[in-house]
Design a protein around this ligand. Structure first.
Ligand code: MTE
Ligand code: MO
Length: 294
């Protein structure tokens, strides 16, 4: 009798232990980031599991298949790393990644909607882009911001093929870049970014299709003219400069009305204009033709 009781108590703690473990996301155990402020800009939607966020990726420099970045981006050289901030600014500056990691870090749980009609919810850790921008003092000529990502032909097996005109380059209008939702992410799920998600620092613009959020940024340039992005150069009919999430404008090859929330099998979610951030960003596009955003 005694033995059986002890056994059932052990059994119970075993179950409780398993439940507690299930609530703690299993991460890669990378370096942890501390003192993270919560943000009212976070969604209360349930984050996509870490294993999916870090194994279903688009990072063409490491291959065009979803599972390739997790496999091949281990080779990415992330130290030493610095980000050059230059162009139409009064105080151009180069930030070592160590300096950027000392900025006040916030958790931002954002939806990510890829132009391929899948989505996730990711607990990013980052710095508001405007904080970095204010330090370099953009001039009145700074109308756009160009984000240049790393090009390491020796480590990037995908970038040896001319899939895109490397380095992967993205851009925002200055007011989009300075919007409080726009962050430079340095981590996710409490840890530094895994390489496949754009280590050590990447852009995140949650109301635009995912390809606008360039990974592994090395250079930020404030410019007068609208940059020609890598995707626009590759296929201007399909990937325009603005590319705000818009269920009303179909991709030439598929509908954007619905999306598949990873790891779901069916595209059962309605896609929402501006990926659900319209209250905050629709005003940036007053007077523009929303039907012509590609
Ligand atoms: N340098 C670079 N950045 C990139 C990409 C890429 O191929 N190269 N893919 C983009 C696309 S299409 C998406 S959907 C997101 C995916 O980010 P995640 O893998 O962290 O979810 O990264 C974007 N940033
Ligand atoms: Mo994407």
């Amino acid at each position: 009798m005694k033995l059986a009781a002890a056994g059932s108590i052990l059994g119970a703690t075993g179950l409780l232990g398993a439940a507690a473990r299930a609530q703690t996301p299993k991460t890669l155990g990378l370096e942890r980031l501390e003192n993270l402020a919560k943000s009212p800009l976070s969604t209360s939607e349930k984050p996509t599991e870490y294993k999916h966020v870090t194994s279903y990726n688009n990072y063409y420099e490491f291959g065009t298949e979803k599972e390739e970045p997790a496999r091949y981006a281990k080779a990415l050289k992330v130290r030493p790393w610095s980000v050059v901030v230059e162009g139409e600014v009064a105080k151009p500056r180069t930030f070592a990644i160590e300096e950027l990691l000392k900025f006040p870090l916030e958790e931002r749980i954002y939806r990510l909607r890829c132009v391929e009609a899948w989505s996730m919810v990711i607990p990013w850790i980052g710095i508001e882009f405007s904080r970095i921008a204010k330090l370099v003092e953009p001039t009145s000529k700074a109308k756009f911001v160009e984000f240049v990502t790393a090009y390491q032909p020796d480590t990037m097996i995908g970038a040896r093929l001319p899939v895109l005109d490397w380095p992967y380059l993205e851009g925002l209008r200055i007011d989009e870049a300075m919007h409080p939702l726009t962050i430079m992410a340095v981590g996710l799920y409490g840890e530094v970014l895994p390489n496949q998600n754009g280590a050590p620092i990447r852009l995140v613009v949650p109301w635009k299709y995912g390809f606008k959020s360039g990974k592994s940024i090395v250079r930020i340039r404030f410019v007068e003219k609208q940059p020609k992005t890598a995707w626009e150069r590759a296929n201007p009919q399909e990937y325009g400069f603005y590319s705000n999430v818009n269920p009303e404008v179909d991709h030439p090859r598929w509908t954007q009305r619905k999306e598949r929330r990873i790891p779901d099998f069916f595209a059962s979610r309605q896609t929402v204009a501006f990926n659900g951030y319209g209250d905050q960003v629709a005003g940036l596009y007053a007077g523009m033709d929303l039907k012509k955003f590609y």
